[in-house]
Design a binder for this molecule. Structure first.
Ligand code: FAD
Length: 369
C-alpha cells in the first residue's frame, strides 16, 4: 500500500519504519521546517520501547542508555533515604529519534509539510498541505501528536485536550555542571522529592551524541507544579516575546524573569541538590499536562497512533512505549487482514490499551491537581 504518515516524531517514525520493512511504500510528512533533532530530553526505557528497537533492527540504541541502581528519596532540605532498586535503563529521546530518522530515506521523510486537511474517499485519502499542494494515499497514519489534525477526521470535530491543572518544568544539563554536593547526591540514582501538589524527579540520561561514560552524560529533571486558576497556565506558557503557547515552551523560550522565579522557588522549596540542578540549568523548558482519550482510533482509511490518539500523563512513563506498541499492533494487524478489517481490529485493541494507560496516569497525577 501507499501509506502517508502525518508527523515525523517517534510515533510516526516507529510506524513508518515497521511498515516499510513489511513492504509498504511509506511517506512521512512532518510540519517542522528544520527537523526535530536536538530537542528532546530523557525517558525511562520500557518493555515496548525495547521491543520496537529489536523489531526494527535498532537494538544497539537500547545499549545507549544509563542505568540507575539506587533510588534516593529526599525527606526535607538535607535528609534523604537511599535504597537499592531494580536496574532501570534511562534513554535519550534524541538518540532514538536520530536512529529511526536515519532509517528513512530523505525522499521518504519530508520536512515543512504541515498537513491542513484530510479528505477520505472510498479507497484513498486526499491530503492537503498548508502550502496548497496535495498528495494521496491508500492509508493515512495520524502521528501528529497532541495538536493532531488527523484526529479530527477520525474522532470527530471536538477533539480538544483537557488541561490537567499542572505543568512539568524540565531541564537537561551536563552532569559536570552540577556542583559537587548535588552530583554526590543525585548522580547514578533515580531521585524523588514530594511536596504538597507537587513532586520532582531526576535521573541521568546519555550525552547529546549518546555518550554513556561518566563526565559526558546529562542530568534530566522534571518538577511537576500546580498551575490552575484563571490565567495560571497562560502565564506559565508565555514566552520571552510575550506570546502564549498552547501546550509547551521549548528550551530557550522562557523569559529571564520566569527562569529567575523558578530558580528562587526551587531554592525555597526543594532539597539543596535539586535546587542546585535547577539553578545550573541554562534553558529550562515547560510542558503543560493534558489529557486526551480517543473514542475512535480509526476510520476506513485512517489510523491514529501515539499522542494523536491518547495523551497520557507523563508519570506513567508510557508516552513513547505506547507509541511503540501502537506501531507494532498496526503493523501486525495490517499483515494479517484486509485493510479495513485490520484497522478495526487495531482500533479495538489499542483503544482499550490507551484507556487503561490514561486511567492509571490520572490516578498517579491525582495529588498534583
Ligand atoms: C521535539 C520533541 C521532543 C520530545 N522529547 C521528549 C522527551 O525527551 N521525553 C519524553 O518522554 N517525550 C518527549 N517528547 C514527546 C514524545 O515524543 C511523545 O509523548 C510520544 O513519543 C508520542 O509521540 P508522538 O510522535 O505521538 O507525538 P509527538 O512527539 O508530539 O510528535 C508529533 C509530531 O507531529 C508533527 N505534526 C503535528 N501536527 C502536524 C501537521 N499538521 N502536519 C505534519 N506534522 C505535524 C509535530 O511537529 C511532531 O513532530 C518529545 C516530542 C517532541 C516533538
Amino acid at each position: 500500500m501507499r501509506i502517508a504518515v502525518v508527523g515525523g516524531s517517534l510515533a510516526g517514525l516507529f510506524t513508518a519504519t515497521l511498515l516499510r520493512q513489511h513492504g509498504h511504500d511509506v511517506m512521512v510528512y512532518e510540519r517542522s521546517v528544520h527537523g526535530l533533532g536536538g530537542r528532546g530530553a530523557g525517558l525511562l526505557g520500557k518493555r515496548e520501547t525495547f521491543a520496537i528497537l529489536r523489531a526494527s533492527g535498532c537494538e544497539h540504541v537500547a545499549r545507549v542508555g544509563v542505568v540507575a541502581r539506587e533510588r534516593v528519596v529526599f525527606e526535607g532540605a538535607d535528609s534523604s533515604v537511599v535504597t537499592p532498586m531494580p536496574l532501570q535503563m534511562q534513554l535519550s529521546w534524541d538518540s532514538i529519534h536520530h536512529v529511526f530518522r536515519e532509517h528513512m530515506a530523505d525522499g521518504a521523510y519530508l520536512l515543512d509539510r504541515k498537513v491542513e486537511h484530510l479528505h477520505e474517499e472510498a479507497d484513498r485519502v486526499v491530503i492537503r498541505f498548508a502550502n496548497g499542494s496535495e498528495a494521496t494515499a491508500d492509508l493515512v497514519v495520524g502521528a501528529d501528536g497532541i495538536a493532531s489534525i488527523t484526529r479530527r477526521a477520525v474522532d470527530g470535530p471536538s477533539t480538544t485536550n483537557a488541561y490537567a491543572g499542572y505543568v512539568g518544568w524540565r531541564g537537561l544539563l551536563s552532569e559536570l555542571a552540577l556542583p559537587g554536593h548535588a552530583a554526590g547526591e543525585l548522580l547514578d540514582r533515580f531521585a524523588y522529592f514530594r511536596l504538597p501538589h507537587s513532586h520532582v524527579i531526576g535521573f541521568l540520561v546519555p550525552g547529546p551524541n549518546g555518550e554513556t561514560e561518566a563526565g559526558h552524560r546529562r542530568y534530566n529533571w522534571v518538577w511537576y507544579r500546580h498551575a490552575a486558576g484563571p490565567g495560571a497556565r497562560d502565564e506559565v506558557l508565555t514566552d520571552r516575546a510575550g506570546l502564549v503557547h498552547p501546550y509547551s515552551l521549548p528550551p530557550g523560550a522562557l523569559s529571564d524573569h520566569a527562569r529567575e522565579n523558578l530558580v528562587d522557588d526551587a531554592r525555597r522549596l526543594l532539597p539543596r541538590a535539586f535546587a542546585a540542578a535547577i539553578a545550573a540549568t541554562a534553558h529550562p523548558f515547560v510542558q503543560g499536562i493534558f489529557d486526551y482519550e480517543s473514542e475512535r482510533m480509526v476510520s476506513r482509511r485512517i489510523a491514529l497512533v501515539g499522542d494523536a490518539a491518547f495523551v497520557v500523563r507523563p508519570h506513567t512513563g508510557m508516552g513513547i512505549a505506547k507509541a511503540a506498541a501502537d506501531a507494532m499492533a498496526l503493523q501486525r494487524h495490517l499483515a494479517s487482514a484486509p485493510v479495513e478489517d485490520a484497522l478495526r481490529a487495531y482500533g479495538h485493541e489499542r483503544t482499550q490499551a490507551g484507556k487503561a494507560i490514561a486511567a492509571s496516569g490520572r490516578e498517579l497525577g491525582n495529588d498534583l491537581m
